[in-house]
Design a protein around this ligand. Structure first.
Ligand code: NA7
Length: 310
């Protein structure tokens, strides 16, 4: 289905001829890491036409078996796509791909860019403006849920942008997730995600500190886990990490380096707004220690190796 061209003026960018509505769409998926590879797979399984591109090409080739089509280049991947989805590691990678490597310029006027990477709200709003000036529709849509939720299409999307754009993208969100939260205008999805991860990273570290104290008191992990995890005191995700901590098995569901990246994005965004996040500053120091001890590519729960030791 061809997309319609329309004037570049932002005034006209909410084009009524925008042609991505419909169940099956032509999608380009950019960034096939832990999350992106699973999300692209679910889009293909749901019947969408999915062209994929990744900096390391082997990851694209590995998705051929699930129906994705590797593109010869980034710009070829996005050229004819109705919707381009990015799932990249951080703001610098996203800026480099979107602007430096010409993704935005190569996209068809009137098509849509959905960014699912976890980045700061200011960068997200800046890229939204670039997209709008280029005649694109833009949603920031980072996700709650890590590799398991991505594989099982149970992600929760925190979305910033126009309601009509969300409706257009709904079949895609539904193929990859179980819930859409419309947080507000562009940049609001990124804001909500940093709020989410500020809590997540600190709760994970606080739980390990609690387990460390429990050990000192002579309480077994089993006693503490059995007593506290089922109560309202403990966030549900800590229960999902129980077996990893018990086995000290740190294969990544959500890499610790990305948790540290999000902590730093939140600290900077808060500082720029005049707020000093004191608890998060303490957490940053723990996560930075974990990174320097070689746990960057381990799961976030590997913070246990630092936080439980005091
Ligand atoms: P991963 O598994 O670390 O994947 C990161 C992806 O970003 C991967 O495809 C990388 O390509 C890609 N990347 C990183 N830097 C660049 C640059 N400079 N240019 C192009 N591509 C790049 O992360 P997750 O899938 O767990 O998470 C993705 C996002 O969701 C992240 O923001 C998390 O915080 C949440 P590579 O394969 O290394 O060539």
């Amino acid at each position: 289905m061809p997309t319609q061209r329309f004037p570049v003026s932002p005034k006209h960018s909410r084009n009524t001829n925008f042609q991505t509505r419909g169940k099956f769409m032509k999608v380009a998926f950019i960034g096939l890491g832990i999350m992106g590879s699973r999300m692209a797979t679910n889009l293909a399984k749901a019947g969408h036409s999915v062209c994929v591109w990744n900096r390391t090409p082997e990851k694209s080739a590995s998705l051929v078996s699930v129906g994705c089509v590797p593109a010869a280049s980034l710009t070829k991947a996005v050229k004819d796509a109705q919707v381009v989805i990015t799932m990249l590691s951080d703001p610098q990678a996203l800026r480099d791909v979107a602007l430096g490597q010409g993704m935005v310029d190569a996209m068809e006027w009137g098509s849509m860019w959905i960014d699912c990477s976890t980045i700061d709200p200011a960068t997200s709003r800046q890229l939204a403006a670039n997209a709008t000036n280029r005649g694109l529709h833009f949603l920031d849509a980072p996700v709650s849920g890590s590799s398991g939720a991505a594989a099982n299409a149970k992600l929760v999307f925190f979305v910033g942008g126009a309601s009509e754009d969300i409706e257009t993208a709904r079949p895609l969100f539904e193929a990859m997730g179980s819930r859409i939260v419309h947080a507000g205008p562009q940049g609001s999805g990124a804001s909500l995600k940093l709020v989410n991860n500020l809590f997540l990273a600190q709760a994970q570290a606080a739980w390990s500190e609690a387990l460390g104290l429990a050990e000192l008191f002579g309480l077994s992990h089993q006693t503490v886990n059995d007593a506290i995890l089922p109560t309202h005191v403990a966030p549900a995700f800590l229960g999902f990490k129980r077996s990893k901590i018990e086995a000290r098995e740190w294969s990544p569901e959500f890499p610790l380096k990305h948790a540290l990246k999000d902590i730093r994005l939140a600290l900077t965004a808060a500082k720029n707004a005049g707020m000093d996040l004191q608890q998060l500053t303490a957490a940053e120091s723990l996560y930075a220690q974990a990174l320097s001890r070689g746990f960057g590519d381990s799961d976030i729960s590997a913070i246990h190796e630092i936080a439980s030791r005091g």
